[in-house]
Design a protein. Structure first.
Lengths: 113, 114
């Protein structure tokens, strides 16, 4: 069965600090996708990144970076030089049959000015 | 291009009342989904429709029914609302086209059952 674990619940950082969110997943599929979504206080789900299981190249996009390690089933997410606008809940998700998504419980990130 | 739309955005029901949450997508996606989000629980799949004419249960289907009215529309019905169904409901659609994976979420419906 698919499972996504985000261990931390709430993380508080002072503005300009870096914050890393951990995501560990379980799946028996050999091909799959992993996602990170952001949910700001307004409530909508904002897509951040999608990686497929064949692509372990890590990526940096602006202040965001991702570290995908298939050997440890981890897909971690880092915000560099955090800003108050980064305050949100962040979800890691894994797709499985018929493109269904299994979500982690989310990390509440609070950036203190 | 509206993407995925949901109506209503907010709803308050009394225990035992019924209602239908509407979802529509304009991207010609085959697959559509209903998720619910509860505090501290992440999003959990209620029902999904892999293609027009098919529906299947997800992780938490009890108390819900769905209808895939056509390729565009996928509705979620609460026949007899209970306080445990107080939640935020998200509709989504997805498709894999030419190796590219597309998935979009609606803005959500906040439902309170008193």
């Amino acid at each position: 069965a698919q499972k996504v674990t985000q261990a931390q619940t709430e993380i508080s950082v002072v503005e300009k600090e870096d914050v890393t969110l951990d995501c560990v997943y379980e799946t028996r599929d050999t091909t799959y996708y992993l996602f990170w979504y952001k949910q700001p206080p307004s409530g909508e789900l904002v897509f951040l990144i999608r990686r497929n299981s064949f692509d372990e190249q890590n990526e940096i996009s602006g202040r965001y970076s991702w570290n995908f390690q298939k050997s440890t089933s981890s897909f971690n997410f880092t915000i560099t030089a955090s800003q108050v606008v980064d305050s949100a809940v962040y979800f890691c998700a894994l797709n499985y049959g018929n493109n269904r998504l299994a979500f982690g419980k989310g990390n509440q990130v609070v950036v203190i000015p | 291009n509206a993407g995925v739309t949901q109506t209503p955005k907010f709803q308050v029901l009394k225990t035992g009342q019924s209602m239908t949450l509407q979802c529509a997508q304009d991207m010609n996606h085959n697959s559509m989904y209903w998720y619910r989000q509860d505090p501290g629980m992440g999003l959990r799949l209620i029902y999904y429709s892999a293609s027009e004419g098919t529906t299947d249960k997800g992780e938490v289907p009890n108390g819900y029914n769905v209808s895939r009215l056509n390729k565009r529309e996928f509705s979620l019905r609460l026949e007899s609302a209970a306080p445990s169904q107080t939640s935020v409901y998200f509709c989504a659609s997805s498709e894999v086209r030419q190796g590219r994976y597309e998935q979009y979420f609606g803005p959500g419906t906040r439902l309170t059952v008193t």
